[in-house]
Each structure stands twice: as C-alpha cells, then as structure tokens.
Design a protein around this ligand. Structure first.
Ligand code: PLP
Length: 439
C-alpha cells in the first residue's frame, strides 16, 4: 500500500536505493546503467563526492533563506560564474527550482519587459510544433506537442506554432541543408507579419530538440536566420536549454555551436545534475535595465528561488563541468557513443536516423527505411523498448512523437558524461538486446 500519487497509476516501480557512478541500484540489488540520465538530468552520474560534499558544507552553514529578505553567497557566486560562461550579453540570472518554472519565468519576464517599455499590446508568443517546454500552463502552451497539450487545451494561452527543423524528416529532395534551414526559419517571419510585429513578444525554441523528437539538432544557418528575423522585427529570442544545456551537447550552452546568443535562455536539468532541484532563467542587461528603469519589480517569484543549498550544489556541478573538463568529456564520449550507435544500428532495417550532439543522441524507429513510415502507434513500440531495456538493466528514454500528424517512435540517450568506453559498450549491448526483443 502506498500513498504516493505516481505518474503512471497502473505501474509498479522498483524502489531506487543507491547511486554508484553511472548506475542506479534498486532495493533488490539490481543495477541499472543510466543511459538517459533519467531525463537528461544526471550528467555527473549518481555519486559525485565533490557535489555531495558541497551540499553537506552548505547545509552546515545555512540550508535556506527566503529571497524576500536575503541573497546568499552560493546564489551570488553561481550567478557570477554562469554569466562569465554565458554567450552574448546575458548578464542576469533568476534562479528557480526546475525547468518548467524557468520557462514560465522566461515567458513572464519577456511580457513584463515590454510592459515596462510601454508596449503592452505585445501578447503573442511564437513557438514550434513538436516541442516541449514544460508542464505548467504557460510552458505547456508554448510547447507544440499535441499529445501533452490535448487534455488542457481549453486552459492554454494562445501561442502560434511554426514548423520545427528535422532534416531527416522534412528536408526535400534536392534541397541543401542550408536552404532547408532558411525555408523553415522564414516561417517565423511570415508568422510575425501575420500577427503584426508590434503584437509579438518572443520566439521560443530548443536549440537541440529533446523529449518530443529525440536529440534533433538544427541545420547550419537556421538559428542565425532566426536571430536575424527576431532582431529585424524587434522581438525577443528565448532559447530553452533546460534539456540540451549545461554541456549536454558538448558545449556548456548548446547555442554556442550555432554561433548565436539569445535574449533569454533557460537551463535546469544538468544545472543541478540531479543532486538538487534547480533551474535558472538568464537575460540580457537590456531586459534587466528595463525593469530597473521601470517599476523596479518583477511581478513573479516562488518560495524556493535562489535556494542556497541548490545553488551550492549547482556551483560544484559547474566546477566539474568547466574546470573539471566534463563538458569536453561530453563532446569526446559523445563522438564515441555516436560511432558505436552507427556501428550497431546503422544498417538496422527499423532504425531510420541516428543523430545528436555530445552526450545527447537519438534513434528514430521506422517501419520502413525507404518511406520513413512510422510503426502503427497502437503498438506503442517506445513503451515496449523502454520496458525491455529496463528489464535488461538499462535506463533509456524512448518516446512516441508526432510525425506528419502520425505518431512515431524514437529513443533518446543522454548518459552521464563520466561514462567509460566499456560502459558505452554495455549501453549498446543492452539497447541491442532490448531492440531485438521488440523488433
Ligand atoms: N523545457 C525542456 C526543453 C524540457 O525538456 C523540459 C523537461 O523535460 C522542461 C522544459 C521542463 O522541465 P521540468 O521537468 O524540470 O519542469
């Protein structure tokens, strides 16, 4: 008998009792290789002594102080260090407890920025189809995944959704990657013109799409054109790096590889690496100054913003990622993981695409490689693969996405950056066992 309200009310889950490097161990002693960092969270594995030590030290000093009264050394230090590493002119950090809060904050910050500037007519956000930005109502409205939105649609603010970038699916025959990128980026311009630029607040997108499409990177030039359009029409660019940020793709911020900088960026999962719940919304000095020169008050906030213990944990994580070389390791081990995936599944009749960056990789499952047709959604292949992998002692993150209006399946891999070469082999073997048992 349990009183926990679980995600899946019909499932009985094992009890996780211990973490050891890249493994989670359950109450029966079974070891699971964490091939997806849960949901791209545990970038340093499950027993990093430096991060655990930093949390203990902070608890000995001060567990919590409410930001209505105090700031704290860990929050100040972490903000300074994040800004020192952040792209472009990002200058201020607003701390939250997770990804959805960070996105919700980004949306409200962007809206209030224009209110402070005397442009209250701006009320539209533009996002992309097949995206996920979180589960709170604002973030859910920004997301373009119909399955996640369906039950809540009547409660959601109106957000326009333009096409995502997915070269494997939608680049046309004879079209170069660059031309394809320009074609889809230009949909943003068309939508801004339709709504009237003076009514639009921001465009929000994940640089590398995670949960809904499975580690799909943009094509070269796409985000440069997006940045150009946002600047031309005076709307903000919000990048959601909740999943793909903090070294996951091989650079601290994923957008560094697209050579652009956002006006606002959200980070979360890898920021606390699972040791503490924490997220953050970073913005430029231009946005912050509008608040300073305007009302002087951001009409927002949560009890646990700037939590000192969570900030101390994230500060220790950041040290591991940067000075500790873990971002570089994500890039290096990610290349090896990619090569191993291609060697194992490159010719598989039901794996249509293998893609990603750093330790963020995706496999797309198709019924037919030639037509790229997905399997019948009724088979819920992603669930079968997840179950078979778990049985084999591997945690991976298969999802059913939407492809051209049909449901399709992909597997997302986001292992800890500490993964050894042998553990890459173990991951491939276990994934192969799971895929063979289902397909
Ligand atoms: N944004 C992106 C891109 C995500 O992938 C997620 C979670 O998967 C979120 C936001 C929401 O984060 P959280 O689950 O921490 O609320």
């Amino acid at each position: 008998m349990t009183h926990v309200f679980p995600r899946h009310t019909k499932a009985t889950l094992p009890i996780a009792t211990r973490g050891e490097g890249a493994y989670i161990i359950d109450a029966q002693g079974k070891r699971y290789l964490d091939g997806s960092g849960g949901a791209a969270v545990s970038c340093l594995g499950h027993s990093d002594e430096d991060v655990i030590g930093a949390i203990k030290d902070q608890l000995d000093q001060l567990a919590f102080a409410h930001t209505g009264f105090f700031t704290s050394h860990p929050a100040e230090r972490l903000a300074d260090r994040l800004i020192a590493h952040a792209p472009g002119t990002l200058d201020r950090v607003y701390f939250l407890s997770g990804g959805s809060e960070a996105v919700e904050t980004a949306l409200k910050m962007a809206r209030q920025y224009f209110v402070e500037k005397g442009e209250p007519s701006r009320k539209h956000f533009i996002a992309r189809r097949q995206s996920y930005h979180g589960n709170t109502l604002g973030a859910l409205a920004a997301g373009g995944n119909e399955w996640r939105r369906a039950k809540f649609n009547p409660l959601l603010i109106d957000v326009s959704h333009i096409a995502p970038v997915h070269e494997y699916r939608w680049r046309e025959d004879g079209e170069s990657a660059e031309d394809y990128g320009l074609r889809v980026a230009n949909e943003l311009e068309t939508e801004i013109q339709r709504l009237g630029a003076e009514n639009v607040i921001a465009f929000i997108a994940e640089p590398v799409v995670g949960a809904t499409m499975g580690a799909v990177p943009p094509v070269p030039g796409y985000f440069k054109r997006i940045r150009e359009i946002c600047d031309q029409y005076g709307i903000l660019l919000i990048l959601d790096e909740v999943m793909c940020g903090m070294g996951r793709t091989g650079t601290l911020f994923a957008c560094e590889q697209d050579e652009i900088a956002p006006d606002i960026v959200t980070i979360a999962k890898g920021l606390g690496a699972g040791y503490q719940p924490i997220g953050a919304t970073l913005c430029t000095s231009e946005i912050y100054d509008a608040f300073v020169q305007g009302s002087g008050f951001f009409q927002h906030g949560h009890t646990y913003i700037g939590h000192p213990t969570a900030c101390a944990a994230a500060d220790a994580v950041l040290t591991k990622l940067t000075e500790g070389g873990m971002v570089a390791r994500s890039a290096a081990q990610g290349e090896k993981l990619d090569a191993a995936l291609r060697a194992a599944f490159g010719e598989h009749p039901n794996i249509g695409d293998i893609r990603g960056r750093g330790m963020f990789r995706g496999l797309e499952i198709v019924a037919d490689r030639a037509t790229k047709a997905p399997f019948d959604p009724a088979r819920a292949l992603h669930k079968q693969i997840k179950g078979a992998a778990f049985e084999a002692g591997l945690i991976c993150y298969p999802m059913g996405g939407t492809i051209d209006g049909q449901r399709g399946d992909h597997i997302l891999l986001a292992p800890p950056f500490i993964l050894s070469d042998d553990q890459i082999g173990e991951l491939i073997d276990k994934l192969d066992t799971a895929i063979r048992s289902v397909l």
